[in-house]
Design a protein around this ligand. Structure first.
Ligand code: NAI
Ligand code: UGA
Length: 436
């Protein structure tokens, strides 16, 4: 099949090359010339394991090209919309201007029979609105269906999640759209892959409900972690124990600094805003608490750092290990680690940050922090070391070696995954979150 992918960011760049790997002929379109230039050289414009290899395999063959010219999508059978839907500047809802612009730019190039498939995460009702918008914009020679096919990939696992999805959700209003989408994913669908065929509104809601549930699970365990802190209990053992119950499950019960990134935080806020527009804000008021618990974890880490630094941060040196919102990603959107770094700097600390992959992105957002070339350099002379993104290389740090470079042996494990006993044995004051 001939496929276009509009928007080649964290989602679209991977989706485009993934579709090429599944055997289709793909054109990826973006308005960002730098991104398109990198992709056209076969280079990933961001860090995502496995992406460079796949790009090198397909870019330059007839299977895959990236362009800024929307006219190149002409003749495609399926068009995926993968542009960003960030949080609106004026409040909590989703900013749909990129989606609207993409549809407007796409419409004049549509001809013959084709399906426009939304993949971006949007407030329920958007698909219906876009279908009406398209109907007004396309020429009479075009026969266009609109479908919604939400994406569930995780950064860090984006390539395998695209090629081997754990489920497919096809929001369709015609049989033809369903058939086209089944054809698109034919090589990704195994006998055991659940395919949920539903209407547009349900498909849109599945996506935000999934992210709301994940965020709720994390905030649930972080709320329990607050109780563990005052009761002298251990939230990691507690999570293991409740996680043995298959109805609960151990995944997404890692207590610590909480969730960030370009999706969970903005998606729960947009979901609440949409519920309000639909007159049902009461139904999702608990998500406000989920958000508040999450933000409190960032405050708490800053508070523990201040305590360990002797009650104030003025002139204190703090090492921040991690800048990405999660390991195996260079994404710093709403990064909990950088949020904490910024808070400490505002309180007078001298903050040195190190991250294996996210330094450039972090510097662009927080230019006034100091960036160290390695973990050990960030820790040199530090009064407190904060472990805020659980990269493997941080777990492998030798606390005995680091002990010689810091000013004081204080470590806060914001992700509860360092070897507490090992750090304590090396003379460190170790503080986890929700652990005695
Ligand atoms: N990042 C992720 O892991 C996932 C993201 N999503 C959703 O996918 C959507 C995209 O997210 P990301 O890829 O993370 O965002 P992103 O910001 O990395 O990428 C969006 C891309 O769209 C491009 N763009 C904006 N307007 C355009 C236009 N009119 N025409 C062509 N390109 C245009 C931008 O230049 C940018 O490269 C969001 O709705 C997000 O919630 C869904 C699942 C996973
Ligand atoms: O809509 C999206 O964009 C995506 O959002 C999340 O994926 P992602 O943001 O890549 O990362 P997650 O692995 O979900 O982690 C999100 C945040 O939660 C934090 N987290 C995760 C798990 C946990 O137990 N505790 C915890 O604090 C992580 O550190 C990270 O900051 C979802 O997991 C994907 O299914 C979804 O497609």
């Amino acid at each position: 099949m001939r496929i276009s992918v509009i928007g080649t960011g964290y989602l679209g760049a991977v989706h485009a090359v993934g579709m090429a790997e599944l055997g289709h002929t793909v054109v990826g379109v973006d308005v960002d010339e730098t991104k398109v230039a990198a992709l056209s050289r076969g280079e990933a414009p961001f860090y995502e394991p496995g992406l460079d290899e796949l790009l090198r395999k397909h870019v330059g063959t007839e299977r895959l090209r990236y362009t800024t010219d929307m006219a190149e999508i002409e003749g495609c059978d399926v068009h995926f919309i993968c542009v960003g839907t960030p949080q609106r500047r004026d409040g909590l809802g989703a900013d749909l201007t990129h989606v609207d612009r993409a549809v407007d730019a796409l419409a004049p190039h549509l001809n013959g029979s084709c399906v426009v498939v939304g993949k971006s995460t949007v407030p329920v009702g958007t698909a219906r609105r876009l279908a009406d918008r398209l109907a007004k914009l396309v020429s009479s020679s075009a026969d266009v269906d609109l479908a919604w096919n939400p994406e569930f990939l995780r950064e860090g696992f984006a390539v395998s999640d695209t090629l081997y999805p754990d489920r497919l959700v096809l929001g369709v209003s015609t049989q033809r759209a369903e058939e086209r989408l089944r054809e698109v994913y034919a090589r990704a669908i195994e006998a055991t892959t659940p395919v949920v065929v539903t209407d547009l509104a349900t498909a849109e809601l599945v996506k935000v409900s999934a992210n709301a549930f994940l965020a709720t699970k994390i905030s649930f365990i972080n709320a329990i972690s607050e109780i563990c802190e005052v009761a002298g209990a251990d939230v990691t053992q507690l999570a293991d124990a409740i996680g043995h119950d298959e109805r609960i499950g151990r995944k997404f019960l890692n207590a610590g600094l909480g969730f960030g990134g370009g999706c969970l935080p903005k998606d729960i806020r947009a979901f609440m805003a949409r519920a309000g527009e639909l007159g049902a804000s009461h139904a999702l008021s608990f998500l406000g608490e989920v958000d508040a618990i999450n933000v409190r974890r960032r405050e708490r880490v800053a508070e523990i750092a201040r305590e360990l630094a002797g009650g104030h941060l003025i002139g204190r040196r703090i090492a921040v290990l991690g800048a990405a919102f999660k390991p195996e990603s260079d994404d710093v959107r709403d990064s909990p680690a950088l949020n904490v770094a910024g808070r400490l700097q505002l309180q007078g600390a001298h903050v040195a940050v190190y991250d294996p992959k996210a330094m450039e992105n972090a510097r662009a957002v927080f230019p006034t922090l100091e960036y160290a070339p390695a973990a050990v350099d960030a820790c040199r002379g530090a009064d407190v070391v904060l472990h805020l993104t659980e990269w493997r290389e941080f777990r492998e740090l030798d606390p005995r070696e680091l002990a010689d470079v810091v000013a004081a042996r204080n470590v806060v494990d914001g992700r509860n995954c360092l070897d507490a006993a090992g750090w304590r044995a090396a003379g460190w004051t170790y503080r986890g979150l929700g652990r005695p």
